[in-house]
Design a protein around this ligand. Structure first.
Ligand code: NAD
Length: 380
């Protein structure tokens, strides 16, 4: 009896069609530890693929495959926009993070990463934490985002928040002709690891902020932080944050915040925050243009953490990371100007910029192909 279930030629073609934009997809199976993982390498034009590893109890392999293909493609654009020497990749482990984890499982995963010979670097994402990757690190050098004690850069929310503040400066420059943070009003949604630091930065610059969080402690902390400047902080309810009379909405809690319901409420001139996947659909990006609301593409403005992780390969250095994070200001301004010039959305302009960067590198790579090899195994 054959071990391989025969797939019809059409089904086989569908699979290749689904991964047609991707360079490589690796299915990892380890019976001893129960590891079932998929690694997707989308594009390595700019360097080895980089992307976190999710652990989730997916309902099916198809669902896991769809997720890893979509997320790895997103990483290609995120890396190109952040101007780091990495391409896009991602990994998913099919399993329940509460029940199915073990040190051996992550060591097995590390071995699969090692087998890719430096083509794929990974670290934590939803459902995985640094502890898991300390086990994986025993098997491969291709792990990033590790604790400071292991040579990592530490808390990534610090550069992420810095990047958001630089992004808001670029937004203000585009809106008001000056980058000054202090003369505008902001509606900050979420005062977690990133949002709190952004709110602090805005207050330090002398700005007025409306804030909301479901966590009372965070609200209390920001109020205490601003006790010397009465009126600087106004606390509003979770649903009221979208309709505040502020200049910039700063989403730092969760995705999908630009949707049909919120679109009707926005009175702001711009949206610039750290949350991932802020637009519920691409069409919401076009609706923002129609409403005259400037949108900072999330994958650009929140790339400070990625810049830190990519920089780990040169040895952790906080000053260098913050200096690189400053680049978000110029990149975003360029995207805003290009979008205005071409009458396209800022997301379309950002995607175009990334594709141009990859095309330029691709031309250089082919020109020098006989003498220059990609820098796989940077850590050697
Ligand atoms: P976090 O969990 O520390 O903070 C999220 C905050 O949002 C919490 O304080 C939470 O109480 C609050 N919140 C949740 N539901 C809310 C609601 N309905 N109304 C108001 N507040 C609510 O997360 P974080 O690390 O600060 O990340 C914030 C966002 O930025 C996320 O979307 C994350 O994916 C994205 N992001 C974070 C980083 C990073 O380096 N941490 C990097 C890139 C993107």
């Amino acid at each position: 009896m054959s071990l391989v279930k025969k797939t019809s030629i059409t089904e086989g073609f569908l699979l290749f069609e689904q991964m047609s934009e991707h360079e490589q997809v690796v299915f990892c199976n380890d019976q001893e530890t129960g590891l079932k993982a998929i690694i997707a390498i989308h594009d390595t034009t700019l360097g080895p693929a980089l992307g976190g590893c999710r652990m989730q109890p997916y309902d099916s392999v198809e669902e896991a495959l769809e997720d890893v293909l979509r997320l790895s493609k997103g990483m290609t654009y995120k890396c190109a926009a952040a101007d780091v020497d990495f391409g896009g990749g991602k990994a998913v482990i099919i399993g329940d993070p509460q029940k199915d984890k073990s040190p051996e499982l992550f060591r097995a995963f590390g071995q699969f990463v090692a087998s890719l010979g430096g083509r794929f670097y990974t670290g934590t994402d939803m459902g995985t934490n640094m502890e898991d990757f300390i086990h994986a690190m025993k098997e491969t050098k291709c792990i990033v985002g590790v604790p400071e004690a292991y040579g990592g850069g530490g808390d990534s929310s610090v550069p992420t928040a810095m990047g958001v503040l630089y992004g808001i400066q670029a937004t203000n420059k585009m809106l008001f002709g000056k980058e000054d943070l202090g003369s505008a009003a902001y509606a900050v949604q979420g005062l977690g690891k990133v949002g709190y630091k952004v709110a602090e930065g805005l207050l330090e610059a002398g700005a007025r902020i409306f804030v909301t969080d479901i966590n009372e402690q965070s609200i209390k902390a920001i109020q205490e932080r601003a006790h010397t400047t009465p009126g600087a902080v106004t606390v509003v309810g979770s649903d009221e944050i979208y309709s505040q009379e502020a200049d910039v909405f700063v989403p730092c809690a969760f995705g999908g915040v630009v949707n049909d319901a919120t679109m009707k409420q926005f009175k702001v001139k711009a949206i610039a925050g750290s949350a991932n996947n802020q637009l519920l659909t691409e069409d919401h990006g076009r609706q923002l243009v129609e409403k005259g609301i400037l949108y900072a593409p999330d994958y650009m403005i929140n790339s400070g953490g990625l810049i830190q992780v990519a920089d780990e390969l040169y040895g952790a250095n906080k000053e260098r990371v913050l200096a690189k994070t400053k680049h978000i200001y110029n990149a975003l301004l360029e995207v805003y100007q290009q979008a205005e010039l071409d009458h396209i959305t800022t997301v379309e302009a950002a995607n175009k910029m990334c594709e141009q960067r990859m095309a330029a590198r691709s031309r250089r790579n082919s020109f020098f192909s006989s003498s220059v090899k990609p820098k796989w195994d940077i850590r050697d």
